[in-house]
Design a binder for this molecule. Sequence first.
Ligand code: 25A
Ligand code: L14
Length: 351
Amino acid sequence: MGLEQEGLHVAVVGATGAVGRQMISLLEASTLPIKTLSLLASARSAGQTQTFKGKDFTIKEATPEAFEGVHLALFSAGGSISKQLAPEAVKRGAVVVDNTSAYRMDPDVPLVVPEVNEHALQEHQGIIANPNCSTIQMVAALEPLRQSYGLKRVIVSTYQAVSGAGLSAVEEMQHQSQAVLNGEPSEAHILPVKGEPKHYQIAYNAVPQIDTFQDNDYTFEEMKMTNETKKIMENADLPVSATCVRLPINTGHAESVYVELDQSNVDTDNIKSVLHDAAGVTVQDDPSEQRYPMPVQAVGEKDVFVGRIRQDLDMENGYHMWVVSDNLLKGAAWNSVQIAETLVKRQLLNN
Ligand code: 25A
Ligand code: L14
């Protein structure tokens, strides 16, 4: 009897986090044949309950033994937890979809955005990596352009929301905002990066650091966008440079993407219709109606929204676009659940 008839045992690791909570509600709505659900988090959260399809589930501590009998495990509890526990889950027969950066650049691990490279799932060896949120929404918008016109280079600046850094970062921004409005001094302990020597106020600010600095003076978030894009699009030679900036937005990342195509002087109406026809992409672009995507409207939506599409003033093959998506959904939980649904559809779980 196949897993589809038998029913799946699914585990969510980091179930109380910003991403984990979204995973649970997407699993609730999905067509996956879930029979058993294990909600796992740190010992701190063990004993709390969360509802799933009207039933209360108790959060348990994520330990190696918690993965006994699990077919599918969705991880979103940070890179160190994934490094520690994903192999334990795989050892016990689970297939892992990992939201952290722990395995993304491992050559044996597929890095998947289903609309772009679903086929890469076929080669998995137990772990599948979910790309970085900013990368996912960018490649979803670039792939239709690559298919129709070819890509020469990409330059991106991001305007990223605070929820990507977790619930505690969102709380920090809220406290700071309240303090500023009250005319009180604001405190920063988490952003831009937990554990770094300096912390800066995010409320009413723009902070050009997401994740730690690398030897080349780019941040790790910027290098994730460069390296992950090349891997997902299977083009190691594609030039991609990023500047990643945090803004005081709860949820919803925005990106200004400059792309040079292989073809020159493509009609922007043609680009809009190619994007309009692409799965998972919604075009919102009408200057005469002041229509363009914004984070506040993208929150709660699964799609990637694209607008402000226009030709560069000087480069015949250069185009600019504005790409917005819910970083907790397509950027994280929804992409993971899509991967899970595809694994079931393609019968890529272990029996
Ligand atoms: O390393 P990475 O990959 O860069 O990931 C770093 C962070 O990014 C988020 C995620 O934060 C992660 O911690 N993240 C990961 N992938 C992401 C993606 N694709 C992503 N964000 C966007 N897109 P998060 O807040 O979403 O999730 C954190 C979850 O991880 C659980 N967790 C932490 N340690 C764990 C663990 N689970 C198992 N074992 C461990 N050892 C964490 O559970 C949460 O579910 P929790 O129970 O520890 O925390 C939930 C509640 O606890 C409070 N709290 C937080 N810090 C403290 C605290 N309370 C007391 N003291 C603290 N120091 C919070 O208020 C929260 O309500
Ligand atoms: O690499 O702080 O998936 O906004 C994405 C969110 C890293 C942290 C990842 C943030 C995370 C990032």
